[in-house]
Design a protein around this ligand. Structure first.
Ligand SMILES: C[S@@+](CC[C@H](N)C(=O)[O-])C[C@H]1O[C@@H](n2cnc3c(N)ncnc32)[C@H](O)[C@@H]1O
Length: 440
């Protein structure tokens, strides 16, 4: 007869004492209560906290948020955003800075733990394998800071912010954590000074659903208003100028650009260096079919060209036609660059039907891919495996999605030869990873 585990029922609103033991994917910590896993927000591993249950529908786990810290971690700091601090009731805490109560260095080591755990569990890769080595020591430097963040305590970096408007009151602010309720705030400490100057935080706005604030490197800050029920925002197609070192990039105001002021440079440099390593190892062929998938405005194709030279053959593939137009402009000096508007899966399906010489050029090529948060996914990864490029440089903002695709690529004979991670979202649980795979 199987053993039945009895778990004391939990109800939303219960306050329970928890020993916080670890970090989970998604910015929450892990604790146990009567055998049931509790994902607890606003905690730090090692702490003892009083937490209020916020979700209890599932038998296997519940969710809670800290209301009082009973034994604080040495890494606990006053929250960088007063409106997100534990002193506020959980429903009133501003969302989007879920690590803001943790020392910056510890934020990075927690991100490293999440990456290591995801790679081990879903990717079959052990990142800290030295025997006897403490995991925390082994992972301490894995997640690299963006330039300048240590000096600013990771504040003032965001050049893209979306605020929401309360339909009834017209109040403007971020959503509360884990909810779609607008919370009024006095400032946006993660955002750039330019954004803080134009943010309509004390205004009451009617007939508007979203307020996007952007602060381009080489243009004035601006605001894009989204009307209720409409995807299109006025001014979203205006082209603004961004800078990566001294190289200019044109970007639609409403289009994709990394949110941290330094992130485009960080990723440009990481991809350029990865390609340089492949060139040094004589694994990179500039005349082959090289791809920049989910290419946006061509940032990473430009990084490939910086290492491989201006005669590189490279195609960016991007579903947003405006971004493709900008990519064509941004890559205009590269005679072998082509910018294509297409869904990546459809573009790869076409390549799979191509003639033998095209398929051969593909096999000699290098693919850089930088998918949205959901990752490339099984279908695209399977198509890549069938096309079998010599190298794959995978830029990922979700470690679990990356880890799953890592397992698939390794099972198909690709070796993971490089892995770097970057803390380009301080005070949140997000980070970016650049993984290099070489066909065996
Ligand atoms: C994470 S961004 C990367 C952009 C660019 N690599 C950069 O660093 O600026 C992902 C991009 O993929 C595009 N995208 C999302 N799904 C896509 C798909 N299925 N096919 C092609 N592009 C897609 C988005 O429009 C967005 O520009």
């Amino acid at each position: 007869m199987s053993e039945t585990r009895t778990t004391a029922p939990l109800t939303i609103g219960d306050e329970i004492e928890l020993e916080v033991t670890g970090i989970a994917h998604g910015g929450v910590c892990v604790a146990r209560h009567d055998g049931r896993v509790v994902f607890v927000a606003d905690a730090i591993p090692g702490e003892r906290v009083l937490a209020r249950v916020t979700e209890a529908r599932k038998k296997s786990f519940a969710r809670a948020a800290v209301v009082e810290v009973l034994d604080a971690s040495p890494d606990r700091r006053p929250h960088v955003w007063t409106e997100a601090a534990v002193e506020r009731t959980p429903e009133e805490r501003a969302g989007g800075a879920e690590f803001g109560h943790i020392a910056l260095e510890r934020q990075r080591s927690l991100k490293a733990e999440v990456l290591a755990e995801a790679m081990k569990r879903f990717g079959g890769v052990e990142l800290a394998s030295e025997e006897g080595e403490d995991l925390a020591d082994a992972l301490a430097d894995l997640v690299e800071p963006a330039p300048g963040d240590d000096e600013t305590n990771g504040l003032g970096y965001r050049t893209r912010v979306r605020l929401h408007v309360d339909a009834e009151t017209g109040a403007v602010g971020p959503y509360a954590a884990r909810s779609r309720r607008v919370v009024p705030v006095a400032s946006l400490p993660l955002a750039s000074e330019g954004i803080n100057q134009i943010a309509p935080l004390t205004d009451s706005i009617i007939d508007v659903a979203t307020v996007d604030l952007i602060d381009p490197a080489a243009d004035d800050p601006r605001m894009l208003l989204g009307l209720p029920g409409e995807k299109k925002r006025a001014g979203a197609d205006d082209v603004v100028r961004e800078l990566v070192e001294d190289r200019g990039f044109l970007v639609r105001a409403g289009g994709f650009w990394q949110v941290h002021r330094e992130a485009p440079t960080v990723l440009f440099t990481a991809v350029r260096d990865a390609v340089q390593d492949l060139i040094d190892a004589e694994r990179f062929d500039a005349t082959a079919s090289n791809l920049d998938l989910y290419g946006g405005v061509g940032l990473l194709a430009a990084a490939m060209a910086e290492a491989a030279g201006p005669t590189i053959r490279v195609t960016t593939v991007e579903s947003d036609a405006g971004a493709t137009d900008d990519a064509a402009e941004n890559l205009a000096e590269l005679v072998g660059a082509l910018a294509v508007t297409a869904r990546v899966d459809r573009h790869l399906a076409d390549l799979l039907k191509a003639t033998a010489p095209v398929r051969d050029r593909m096999r000699r090529g290098t693919v850089v891919l930088d998918p949205p948060r959901s990752g490339a996914g099984g279908d695209v990864t399977a198509q890549l495996i069938e096309l079998s490029p010599a190298n794959i440089v995978y830029v990922a903002c979700d470690p679990v999605a990356l880890a799953r695709d890592t397992r698939t690529l390794r099972d198909a004979g690709y070796e993971l030869t490089g892995l770097r991670a970057f803390d380009i979202f301080p005070h949140t649980h997000h980070f970016e990873t650049v993984a290099v795979f070489e066909r065996g």
